[in-house]
Write a protein that binds this ligand. Sequence first.
Ligand code: URA
Length: 497
Amino acid sequence: MERVVARSREPPGDDPVLTAVLARPDDIDGWRTVARRLAAGGVAGDTIVWQVGDTATDLLGGDVLPPGDAPMFTVPKEFLAVASRVICNRDAERFALLYTALTTLRTRPKLLDDPADPLVRRLYDLDKGVRRDVHKMRAFVRFRDVPDPEGERFAAWFEPEHHIVRLNAGFFARRFANMRWSILTPDECVHWDGELSFTPGATRADAPDGDALEETWRTYFASIFNPARLKVKAMTAEMPKKYWRNLPEASLVPGLIAGAAERTRMMIDAGDKAGMSNAAVQAGAGAWVRTGDGGPADALAELRDDAAQCKRCPLYGPATQTVFGEGPADAQLVFVGEQPGDNEDLAGRPFIGPAGQLFDRALAAAGIDRTRAYVTNAVKHFKFEQRGKRRIHSKPDTSEIDACRWWVDHERAAIRPAVTVALGATAARSLTGKAVTISRERGRPLTLADGSEAWITVHPSFLLRIEDKAAAALEFDRFVADLVAVRERLAALAGAG
Ligand code: URA
């Protein structure tokens, strides 16, 4: 049972102390019902004790309760959204803080617009902690096949920091709609069999361990690990140690870190063979490894963090995670693609799937070092249609492109590249704000609204879709020619500067 004392001081005079009982630690509906009645009755926050799950000592009732027809009042929608997350935080004061906010909103309806207010700051901090935990759960839950006489079933063990199982359940239900699954946690377990159900918490011993799925994850993780970009601090921040023991791939981490220097050297050797200088490869790696200095690198890190919680359009719902741009903060060249694909959505990195591999080949052919460019997408969430077990790419519409433009603009504002390249029509729309005919605009510089220079070319996926081999080879050469023109333009701009 969680007993939460809301009093910040002893109640004044002989004011009775009330105990407000909630069904669960994240019981937002229960909290709303009780809090509204108490607030409407003018009950002071410091006379309330909030308690979870034990009605035996429920002191609420009788003449202390406001009359049934007590006037209800409305609060801004945003408060309800924030409250439904804040209540999931394990902080013992959350119920009381929310109550204070609720009563304050009656006289200051714009309270939440004042980020300098200490109460608002505190609520936003609690909210941020919950949103981070929600994101971690989405990224680190790993299902394993478990024996079930009724057919295929998957289970995962996860230890959330806050009470987020119900808050996150809808995401997993949408994302894994075609599987039967359970997520076991110490507080509460959630199950999906075509509908959601919840059971009390489990122990780690109840969780399944080790099978073929683990091997798949390990292979996958090793294949996406790029030693030249190793930044141990960032890596362990994204994948905090406390989650390691529940991740099959985590057993690889110490080995990957230990072997990184050697693998970087091998990449430099490989770079040599591909005609790149050691300095170019190392400069790319170095720029990425460089830690924040309050400048563009920090600005980008902050943007990436904020984007992880982005809900500017509905695409965040079914997607696994935000796929933010990556590359050095001082890149002179930025590439903007359309949106992450299936592989990118799972890995959280842009252009690593088939289109990314073709893009890499074209860059190498054009003599452009990808590690020195910043690569991002016009839309940061994967948009897809679920067909059976497959997730089929679906084109983002203009409202989604325009909603996500905010991130692209901020990425470019932080980096201030000499040249931005739009890969395809979606990226061109994002950069110019209007529909663009690629064939008409490709191969020459355009000036964007902020005065910077953009070039437009085709998207690598366009090349992948061409079935005729000769036509595909021709289009590949045209794509490389566009990239060569960009490289030459960059050199000219650098010479002029
Ligand atoms: N296509 C894109 O536009 N971006 C990616 O990251 C992957 C495929």
